[in-house]
Design a protein around this ligand. Structure first.
Ligand code: HPA
Ligand code: ZN
Length: 349
C-alpha cells in the first residue's frame, strides 16, 4: 500500500535524513549509547512499509510525527516497539543501519557501539539470523564506507523473563553472532538488574563485555546492583546517581563510564528541561560521562545535536567538550590501538 506518495520510492535517498546542525567544531568521538531501532526515521518507516507491502495505522508522516510526544519511558517504548513492525528483511535492517552510520559520520562519530534488541524482533516472527545478519552486514564495512569503527551489543529486554533472555543468548552463541557485549534495556522500574544475574554471568564466561541501563528512571540502588550483581563495566544513563553522594564518590573513584543522553532525558521527562540536566554537575563532580543520542529518531537529534543544544544552554568550555569526547573514547570497548588512534586525532584537534 502506498502510505505516503511523497516518500514512495525504491531507493532510500539520503535527503530523507535530518541535516546535521552547523556545529562549532566536530570533535572525533565514540557513540556508546545508541539503539539501532531508535534510529528508524519516520520517512524510513514509510519507505519500508511500502517496500514490504504493509499497511501503517497512520495516514501519513504528519500523523506519525504527531505521536512523538512522550510522558515517560513506557510511552516512548510503546511507539518504538510498534514502529519496528516495518523491519522484516535483512535488507531492512541493513538500510536502517547504513542510514544511521551516514548521519553519525556527519556528526563526528568515529567509533560506534550499537545496541540492538533481538527479542523485539523474534517476538514478531522475524528470525535472529535476519535481524543480526542485517545489522552486522552494514557494520562489516562501516570503516570503509563511513570511517566509523563499530561493535555490536545485544541488548536484552528487562521487562521479559530471564529465561527468555537466556534462550536468545544461547541462540546468539549458537549462530556465532558477531557481538562484543550485552546490555539491558526497556522498562526499568520494577525490573531490577539482579533479575538477570545468570545471563550476565554467562556472558562474562563467554568473554563478552557488559553494560546495562540503570538510573534512568530507576533509583540509584539499581546502579549499585548493576555494578555489584551483574558486574557491568559501564552504566547507560546513570543520571540518578546524583541523588546518592556515596555512589557518586564510588563512581568517580572507579572511573565508571556513564553514557549520558541529554535530549533523551528531556523527551522522556527524566528532567524537566535541558537547563535542569545534571550533566554540568556530573562533570564538576569528576564523573566519567560521555554524551550520546540513545534513540535519535525519537528524541530530536543525533550526537551533534545533543552537543549543540548543550552548548546553547550551558556554554560548555572547549575543555569540557574535549573531555566529553576523550571520555567517550576511553570508555569504549574498542581495542587499545583504536582508542590511541582516536585520542591522537582528538589531541591533534
Ligand atoms: N531506555 C530503556 N530502554 C530503551 C531505551 C531507553 O532510553 N531506548 C530503547 N530502549
Ligand atoms: Zn538507551
Amino acid at each position: 500500500m502506498d502510505n505516503n506518495p511523497d516518500t514512495a520510492t525504491d531507493t532510500l535517498p539520503e535527503t530523507d535524513l535530518p541535516e546535521a546542525e552547523a556545529a562549532p567544531q566536530l570533535l572525533p568521538l565514540a557513540e556508546l549509547h545508541l539503539h539501532i531501532e531508535g534510529t528508524l526515521q519516520p520517512e524510513l518507516i514509510f519507505e519500508l512499509a511500502e517496500r514490504n507491502g504493509l499497511a501503517l495505522p497512520y495516514s501519513g508522516l504528519e500523523e506519525l510525527q504527531a505521536l512523538y510526544e512522550f510522558s515517560d519511558l513506557q510511552s516512548f517504548l510503546n511507539l518504538y516497539y510498534a514502529n519496528m513492525a516495518v523491519l522484516q528483511t535483512e535488507q531492512d535492517f541493513a538500510d536502517m543501519t547504513r542510514a544511521y552510520l551516514a548521519r553519525a559520520a556527519a556528526a563526528g562519530v568515529r567509533h560506534a557501539e550499537i545496541m540492538m534488541d533481538p527479542q523485539a524482533h523474534i517476538s514478531r516472527g522475524v528470525s535472529l539470523e535476519t535481524c543480526v545478519n542485517g545489522v552486522a552486514s552494514a557494520l562489516a564495512t562501516s570503516v570503509e564506507d563511513y570511517g566509523i569503527s563499530t561493535l555490536l551489543i545485544a541488548a536484552f529486554l528487562r521487562d521479559l523473563s530471564e529465561e527468555s533472555a537466556l534462550e536468545v543468548f544461547e541462540g546468539l552463541l549458537a549462530m556465532n553472532a558477531p557481538i562484543a557485549a550485552i546490555g539491558l534495556d526497556s522498562a526499568e522500574v520494577g525490573n531490577p538488574p539482579a533479575k538477570f544475574e545468570r545471563l550476565f554471568a554467562k556472558a562474562r564466561e563467554a568473554g563478552l563485555r557488559l553494560t546495562a541501563h540503570a538510573g534512568e528512571e530507576g533509583p540509584p540502588s539499581y546502579i549499585i546492583e548493576a555494578l555489584d550483581v551483574l558486574g557491568v563495566e559501564r552504566i547507560d544513563h546513570g543520571i540518578r546517581c546524583m541523588e546518592d553522594p556515596d555512589l557518586v564518590e564510588r563512581l568517580v573513584d572507579e572511573r565508571t563510564p556513564l553514557t549520558v543522553c541529554p535530549l533523551s532525558n528531556v523527551r522522556l521527562r527524566a528532567v524537566d528541561t535541558l537547563a535542569d540536566h545534571p550533566l554540568p554537575a556530573m562533570l564538576a563532580a569528576g564523573l566519567n560521562v560521555s554524551v550520546n543520542s540513545d534513540d535519535p529518531a525519537y528524541f530530536g537529534g543525533y550526537v551533534d545535536d545533543n552537543f549543540a543544544q548543550l552548548q546553547a544552554v550551558f556554554e560548555l568550555s572547549d575543555f569540557d567538550r574535549s573531555r566529553l569526547a576523550a571520555n567517550s573514547i576511553h570508555s569504549s570497548f574498542a581495542s587499545e590501538e583504536r582508542k590511541a588512534e582516536l585520542l591522537d586525532e582528538l589531541n591533534r584537534g
